[in-house]
Design a protein around this ligand. Structure first.
Ligand code: M6R
Length: 613
């Protein structure tokens, strides 16, 4: 989703902005642009539909010397992707340029007021409306730009990060946020602004996360934060705990495959300091500090979107089985618009890689207002969901750049497993023996993931064989049903092949009508309590000449004979199987996408961080 960068300081702004925009490309976008106040004190805007590289090429030979500038990648909401809708926008007076991430919900009403005053618009965006609204307030009130911004934002309904460049104040950037992310990097006599830390990392490790309803007034050597009431607020400086290698490809062809192969390490990192299998100990500070609230929970509601929602579905199996607490798993986008019965005694697990997903964020804010206790399971440190939560556990998967979530998913499953085990122990719903056995098995999961990855070439061969299929069906039962859903989502995202995930038992209630000799059906058929049932479903597909591909437990030669192709994974405790069975799903989607020569890291229409609802 839209990416924002800005710079002020002694360096040339253009190269900093350009590199920053390239670092943010993973978020997904359709157009790009920059604005600079050049050395001749002119406000210049360059923008176009398409990739950042195309913008760069179009600027070859143009003098771009400047020490202050803003840059933007746009993911269309109001108005189609086009040159004129691309950001930055320039105000009617020609004095202010602005970039914006988010949606202004009451823009139509403000636009009408401005039209009545004689304003004319050159784009279809809500951004241009907000910009002229701010400029109009400044003109009417003869006030500084920061004041006009504050007045305007008090009227705005919606989510935003805005950054403004003002020809009348060429040594100052003004920025503000509500509901969308904004990070300010602090250098020596310079400042960097971005939607996340990745464009800042190579210049500074000291950052300030701007809070909702704060306005930042930024000069090279000064950062002032104020609330909308014009009161100064102390910037809280945080040290970034990541290095540049984490956001680069490191020899892999794509971020997605790098991140798939990182999983033995990311799961290990996620367990480190939390699981001591030898002593039979799990320590999660979020649980230790809130033991009473969590053990007394009358219900746990897991709220998430996309892949994180699938992690939540696996969580439902784990928590109900181990803790005997009723669990509901909700799509955040549905939960927030219902009038859900939620309040004191409810614990919300908010699961999110980015920590910025607008639907999840608003859903937990609502539940919090009603008295629910919010436990965040988030990857990005300092993100909005992490900050809104009462407590939580970071997944420590490191930056995930590929739009398709892979290592973040297994890290989420790992945290949810730790959560369920620790809570079960506190509630006394698990025997010491079972607890120890699961801890031991969890501690060797990173090695077992590594074993599956050693066999990636076999998955690649399967991908070659099935890459031209028009549709896929994914089936699983129990805690492997969410893995079937996740497999189908990964394939859709990366290869643009239509894929459906279903509980295997539901197949007879409709999807079986799709089965013919052209349909690959991917079964998750590992050895577990429902294995025989899944094998029966497989026979039913075979009887209708469907093409069965299966993920099986090593040594299951009988089931292997029923399949056209199969991938074997190591045996583990049934409750932990999803941590392994998802790996071949990720590989299959990746290799099919690559075989079809698609942009697997940045699939069409998708955004990494969905900051609009
Ligand atoms: O950052 P979040 O985990 O909150 O994101 C939720 C979904 O947007 C995300 O999982 C999406 O479905 C991914 N593209 C899946 O690969």
């Amino acid at each position: 989703m839209c990416g924002i960068v800005a710079y002020i300081g002694p360096r040339q702004a253009y190269p900093v902005l350009l590199k920053g925009l390239k670092r943010l490309e993973y978020r997904g976008y359709d157009s790009a642009g920059i604005a600079l106040i050049n050395d001749d004190n002119q406000l210049k805007v360059y923008k176009r539909k398409g990739k950042v590289a195309e913008l760069e090429e179009s600027l070859t030979g143009i003098p771009l010397a400047a020490n202050i500038g803003i840059g933007h990648t746009r993911w269309a909401t109001h108005g189609e992707p086009s040159d004129r809708n691309a950001h930055p926008h320039i105000s009617q007076s020609g004095k202010i340029a602005m970039i914006h991430n988010g949606i202004i919900e009451n823009y139509a009403q403000i636009k009408q007021e401005l039209l009545n005053k004689g304003y004319r618009f050159h784009s279809d965006t809500d951004t241009e409306v907000l910009l002229n609204f701010i400029d109009d307030i400044r003109e009417q009130n003869h006030c500084p730009l920061e004041e006009a911004v504050r007045i305007a934002l008090k009227r705005v309904v919606g989510a935003y990060v805005i950054v403004l460049l003002d020809i009348e104040n060429p040594d100052t950037l003004i920025a503000a946020r509500k509901g969308s992310p904004l990070v300010i990097g602090i250098g020596k006599g310079e400042h960097f602004l971005a939607s996340d830390a990745s464009p800042i990392l190579e210049y500074s490790k000291e950052v300030v996360y701007v809070n909702d309803y704060q306005v930042a007034i930024i000069k090279s050597d000064e950062l002032i934060l104020k609330n909308l009431g014009n009161e100064r607020q102390t910037p809280f400086i945080t040290k970034l705990d990541m290095d540049l290698a984490a956001i680069e490809k490191g020899g892999y062809d794509h971020f997605m495959i790098k991140e798939i192969f990182e999983q033995p390490t990311t799961v290990f990192d996620c367990l480190r300091g939390r699981l001591d299998a030898g002593l039979g100990l799990i320590t999660l500070s979020g649980i230790e500090q809130n033991l009473e609230t969590l053990t007394q929970a009358r219900r746990i509601i897991i709220v998430a979107c996309g892949t994180s929602w699938h992690a939540g579905l696996v969580g439902e199996y784990l928590i109900e089985e181990l803790c005997r607490i009723p669990v509901e798993v909700e799509y955040a986008s549905e939960f927030r618009y219902r009038n859900p019965v939620v309040g004191e005694g409810d614990v919300i697990l908010a699961v999110s890689q980015s920590g910025e997903t607008a639907d999840t964020l608003v859903a937990i804010e609502k539940a919090k207002e009603n008295g629910a206790f919010i436990y965040g399971i988030v990857n990005v440190v300092g993100s909005s969901i992490a900050r809104v939560s009462h407590t939580g556990t970071y997944t420590h998967a490191g930056p995930e750049i590929g739009v398709a979530s892979t290592k973040a998913f297994t890290a989420q499953l790992t945290v949810i497993t730790l959560f369920a085990l620790r809570l079960a122990l506190a509630k006394g719903t698990i025997s010491r023996e079972r607890f120890l056995s699961l801890c031991n098995e969890l501690s060797v999961i990173p090695d077992k993931i590594a074993q599956i990855l050693d066999n990636a070439a076999a998955v690649e061969a399967i991908a070659q064989r099935y890459k031209d299929a028009r549709d896929f069906l994914y089936l699983g039962r129990g805690n492997n049903f969410p893995i079937a859903l996740e497999g189908a989502l990964k394939l859709k995202e990366i290869s643009y092949i239509h894929a459906e995930g279903y509980p295997a038992g539901e197949m007879k209630h409709g999807p079986i009508a799709l089965v013919d000799d052209a349909l690959p059906v991917v079964f998750v058929a590992t050895k577990d309590a429902v294995h025989e049932k899944v094998v029966s479903n497989m026979q039913e597909i075979k009887a209708r000449r469907g093409r069965v591909i299966a993920i099986l437990t090593e040594g299951d030669d009988f089931t292997a004979q029923l399949c056209e192709a199969h991938i074997a994974i190591p045996e583990t405790d049934e409750l932990l199987t999803p941590l392994l069975s998802v790996i071949p799903m990720q590989l299959l989607a990746y290799y099919i996408g690559v075989a079809k020569d698609l942009d697997v890291d940045k699939p069409r229409n998708l955004a990494k961080s969905v900051t609009v609802e």
